[in-house]
Write a protein that binds this ligand. Structure first.
Ligand SMILES: NC(=O)c1ccc[n+]([C@@H]2O[C@H](COP(=O)([O-])OP(=O)(O)OC[C@H]3O[C@@H](n4cnc5c(N)ncnc54)[C@H](O)[C@@H]3O)[C@@H](O)[C@H]2O)c1
Length: 253
């Protein structure tokens, strides 16, 4: 399906980004892996025989550098998967302002810039896929996550706008919106919440993270990667502008 397609995956050194990079590489794609964590990126990219580039995507110039790198190596971009992201949990009155700026740059401005820079190459081929790793927090809110929820809601707006612009050129643009996925980002939250609430890790998962889900299991990163691959298939030709939930029923509440 992705044979010879050039696929940029950000946040590719860990968690969901890494699972997507693996799945795409197994499917025959030319994968370009980007992440700020150079050591982990090198280690994982060498296993997949993929190209990689260290990038701090909160910086505008690194977004440009990433697309240029893909084009220099493979002469274009067919698929862009925006995954890199972080979480900050704090009440609004003490929410760190520098974290707000960083998260907006990384989780909203970077997807905008990478889409903008990749767009002409997709347009030229008459085919393209932009997949934004969104969240149920692009659809609903949780307290103490002002920057995350705001960036992800903004990413939904970017998804829908670009979907409208991309249709005539065979470019689809979608958000994937998972609830909790078992990754290092979530492992850290489990550990923090266990300490905050004085409960075990299992109790955090059951009583807090899965409380709104009818499927009482954390999602595995490979499941999200399967959905990303599906969007790249011909079955995805007419799926655009969607906020595709993988949430075990969270937002059905
Ligand atoms: N894990 C979940 O439960 C979950 C749920 C919904 C959505 N998401 C979204 O999925 C995405 C990936 O999350 P994950 O759980 O795989 O996290 P993760 O921490 O395992 O991976 C995130 C990656 O982003 C990279 N990164 C961080 N800052 C960067 C920067 N400035 N420039 C480039 N790369 C940077 C990290 O080094 C890391 O490799 C995020 O956008 C997150 O919001 C995650």
């Amino acid at each position: 399906m992705l044979e010879n397609k050039v696929c940029i995956v950000t946040g590719a050194a860990s968690g969901i980004g890494l699972a997507i990079a693996k799945k795409f590489a197994e499917d025959g794609a030319n994968v370009v892996m980007a992440d700020i964590n150079e050591a982990k990126l090198m280690e994982e990219a060498s296993k997949l025989n993929a190209k990689f580039i260290k990038t701090d995507l909160s910086k505008r110039e690194d977004c440009k550098k990433l697309v240029d790198f893909a084009v220099e190596n493979f002469n274009g971009v067919d698929v862009l998967v925006n995954v890199a992201g972080i979480q900050t949990v704090s009440p609004i009155e003490s929410f760190p302002e520098d974290k707000w700026d960083f998260m907006m740059n990384l989780m909203l401005t970077a997807p905008f810039l990478l889409t903008k820079y990749s767009w002409p190459y997709m347009k030229k081929k008459g085919w393209g896929r932009v997949i934004n790793l969104n969240s149920i927090h692009g659809l609903v809110a949780s307290e103490f996550k002002a920057a995350y929820v705001s960036a992800k809601h903004g990413l939904g707006g970017l998804t829908k706008t670009c979907a409208l612009e991309g249709g005539p050129f065979g470019i689809t643009v979608n958000s994937i919106c998972p609830s909790y996925v078992r990754t290092p980002l979530v492992d850290n939250q489990i550990a923090d919440q266990a300490i905050t609430h004085g409960i075990s890790a299992d109790e955090v998962i059951e009583n807090i993270m899965l409380s709104k889900c009818s499927v009482k299991k954390l999602i595995e990163p490979e499941t999200v990667a399967d959905v990303a691959l599906f969007l790249c298939s011909s079955a995805g030709d007419h799926i655009t502008g969607s906020m595709l939930t993988i949430d075990g029923g969270w937002t059905a509440n």
